[in-house]
Design a protein around this ligand. Structure first.
Ligand code: GRF
Length: 196
């Protein structure tokens, strides 16, 4: 492993946490020189919280005041407070189903990234795999991008293509996209860690 210090990550997710698992795997396999500073979720009972506890990271669920969409400022302050206490260098949205706002963006300028299951700018928002099928795409994929004030609109960092196969359902296509996500996201974080 190279001599640079480990980058500290704050990972936010709302669900299964398979991208978080991929990050942990890359750390274990030493292809990513990183530490998990905190795992945060808006969703009590989300599997990502259990995974965070298993890896010994600070793990907290903060339920936003507003039920969906953009986070309210008070909730953002709570998330940002924990991420600062844990000296997080990079915030990774890995299946976080809420939109971060100005408090977050000001606290971590160009240090919040998101993984999205399409070749942005195509198919923003939820159900990206279903959107790709409905559009008749032959190729879709996944994108890691900086987070800005919009929904899946920030500057693109890296993308990986995934073929759409005959007979695909949204579920089979999403599963194939996720396999690509699990390679792309740790690789992008590793590039950050190397200051690329
Ligand atoms: C991923 O497909 C990601 O692109 C999207 O949400 C999903 C999260 O999956 N933003 P997981 O919780 O990492 O398994």
């Amino acid at each position: 492993m190279s001599g640079h210090r480990a980058i500290r990550l704050g990972v936010l997710g709302s669900g299964r946490g398979s991208n978080f698992e991929a990050i942990c795997r890359a750390i274990e396999q030493r292809t990513l020189h990183a530490e998990i500073g905190a795992v945060l979720s808006n969703q009590p009972g989300a599997r990502i919280l259990e995974l965070g506890r298993q890896c010994g990271a600070r793990t907290e669920c903060i339920v936003p005041i507003t039920p969906r969409g953009r986070l309210d400022a008070e909730t953002e302050e709570k998330y940002v407070g924990i991420l600062r206490q844990e000296n997080v260098d990079l915030v990774v949205l890995a299946g976080f189903m809420r939109i971060v706002g100005p408090v977050f963006l000001a606290a971590f300028p160009r240090r919040i990234i998101n993984i999205h299951p399409s070749l942005l700018p195509k198919h923003r928002g939820s159900d990206a795999a279903a959107q790709a099928l409905a559009a008749g795409d032959k190729v879709t994929g996944c994108t890691v991008h900086y987070v800005d004030a919009g929904v899946d609109t920030g500057e693109i960092i890296a993308q990986r293509e995934v073929p759409v196969q005959p007979g695909d359902t949204a579920e089979t296509l999403q599963a194939r996209i996720q396999t690509a996500e699990h390679e792309l996201l740790p690789a992008v974080i590793a590039a950050f860690a190397r200051h690329e």
